[in-house]
Design a binder for this molecule. Structure first.
Ligand SMILES: *Cc1c(COP(=O)(O)O)cnc(C)c1O
Length: 445
């Protein structure tokens, strides 16, 4: 009989995971903070949010922080902050959640996608510069699946061409790049704090920057109450009192209240996640087919909270076994995982054909001086990345006996891969999805 659970063998994972995957960690302190705001009817104010902003800026080490209703709003405001406007271009990796790119459309701008690096899964710094034109206003970088982007070369390119860098930190609050917290390395950081993310506080977003003009532009775009005499930027001042973008992006104070409590414990909880996740990958070091997704040990860079942790797949080490078949076998061991990650955005019809605002031509090129659309085959790494990644358990606690069982599921499948080749039907044409990841774990059992 086969050892593999897929063929009737004993499952590798037998222990009760208890709360090892539970996130966010909610205690009486969170509940009390919410009840306080709720009972005094403070849901729609800004006092708790402004306290949260102050504490967040301190934690981030940035001059300014702004709370917003979600990460999409924070990214939209960050783009406006960087003066992305009609006819402009932003450069953004194709493999990311849509909110890194799509808000550009409502500013009259468009997006030029670039490749991701197959090891970090983040923007490939070598695929940026040749895409810069006189219309490029900003590069949006995403610390994808918790992995910090290689910021030094990116900042060098941006400075050379006088364009802004927007960091999308939605996956990576607390990650270090060469010892520096991600978020305030670029000109502005914008991020989601919805309850599936690493800093999970409800539906919420945060924007951080050290640049006064970016801060003020981001504030007046969708936060009408902030558009008062405190705003110093001369070309904004005449319009005080109304939100410049016509949006309302205020953060819900029940989220701000949770945010203050979550932030207080965030560093120690992230440290525990780091320990657990690194222990998992250390156990799998050298196992054929299976590669970690984390910065090198000696890089002084870290994965922060390991949002939606993934692993890399090396099919050539398993005679070409598909990642789909691999995931089936690992899942049968009671370790539910799935292949793929975000699908490459440049292939979606919205980025190619949709006339959203009635320009009489696709929005992607509505204000462009050339056709920036990128057909299938134009970004081969991004298009193929789904076949080379899979989700892994996202441990919130370092409990070696439990983690060892999950690692054993991967080891067992790798060791017995020959049995899986016979019935391998390969991967579907496209792996992954347009939405974010399933936010509860374990996935399928
Ligand atoms: C979740 C996410 C966002 C959007 O955040 P919301 O709070 O859901 O609006 C933006 N960028 C990335 C990379 C994300 O994963």
């Amino acid at each position: 009989m086969s050892e593999l659970a897929l063929f009737g063998g004993p499952k590798a994972v037998t222990k009760d995971p208890a709360d090892i995957f539970t996130w966010p960690i909610i205690t009486d302190e969170d509940e009390q903070a919410v009840l306080d705001v709720l009972r005094r009817g403070g849901m729609s104010g800004s006092d708790v949010t402004m306290q949260f902003e102050k504490e967040y800026a301190e934690w981030q080490g940035s001059k300014y922080a702004l709370g917003m209703c979600n990460g999409t709003a924070a990214l939209h405001s960050a783009m406006f902050g960087c003066k992305v406007g009609v006819g402009d271009e932003i450069i953004c990796p194709s493999v990311t959640y849509w909110a890194s790119a799509l808000p550009a459309f409502s500013l009259g701008a468009t997006v030029v996608f670039c490749e991701s690096d197959p090891v970090s899964l983040c923007i490939d710094p070598n695929d940026i510069e040749h895409r810069i034109t006189e219309r490029t206003k900003a590069i949006v970088v995403v610390h994808y699946l918790g992995h910090p982007c290689d910021m030094d070369p990116i900042m060098e390119i941006a400075r050379k061409h006088n364009i802004k860098v927007i960091e999308d930190v939605s996956h990576a609050q607390g990650a270090l790049y060469k010892g520096r917290l991600v978020g305030a390395i670029g000109d502005v950081g914008a991020m989601s704090c919805m309850s599936g993310k690493s800093l999970a506080i409800g539906e919420a977003g945060i924007l951080v920057t050290n640049d006064q003009e970016i801060y003020e532009r981001a504030a007046v775009f969708g936060l009408y109450e902030r558009f008062n005499d405190s705003i110093e930027t001369p070309d904004l001042r005449p319009f005080k009192g109304l939100p410049m973008g016509g949006y309302k992006y205020r953060m819900h104070q029940l989220s701000s209240a949770v945010g203050r409590v979550q932030l207080k414990y965030y560093d120690e909880r992230v440290e525990e996640i780091q320990k657990g996740m690194n222990y998992f990958w250390d156990l799998l070091e050298g196992v054929p087919g299976v590669k970690s997704h984390r910065p090198a040990n000696d890089s002084n860079s870290t994965m922060g909270g390991w949002y939606a942790a993934h692993g890399r797949y090396a099919p050539e080490e398993l005679d070409g076994l598909s990642v789909t078949r691999f995931c089936q076998a690992v899942s049968a061991e009671a370790c539910g995982i799935s292949p793929g990650c975000n699908s490459a955005l440049h292939l979606h019809p919205l980025l190619n054909h949709a006339d959203i605002y009635g320009h009489g031509k696709p929005t992607r090129i509505a204000n462009s001086n050339r056709d920036v659309r990128q057909p299938e085959g134009s970004l081969p790494v991004s298009e193929g990345i789904g076949k080379l990644v899979y989700s892994i358990p996202w441990f919130k606690h370092c409990r070696p006996d439990v983690i060892e069982e999950y690692a054993n599921a991967f080891k067992k499948v790798s060791a017995n891969y020959l049995e899986l080749l016979a019935e391998d039907q390969g991967n579907p044409p496209r792996l992954g999805g347009w939405h974010f990841f399933q936010h509860t774990w374990p996935a399928t059992k």
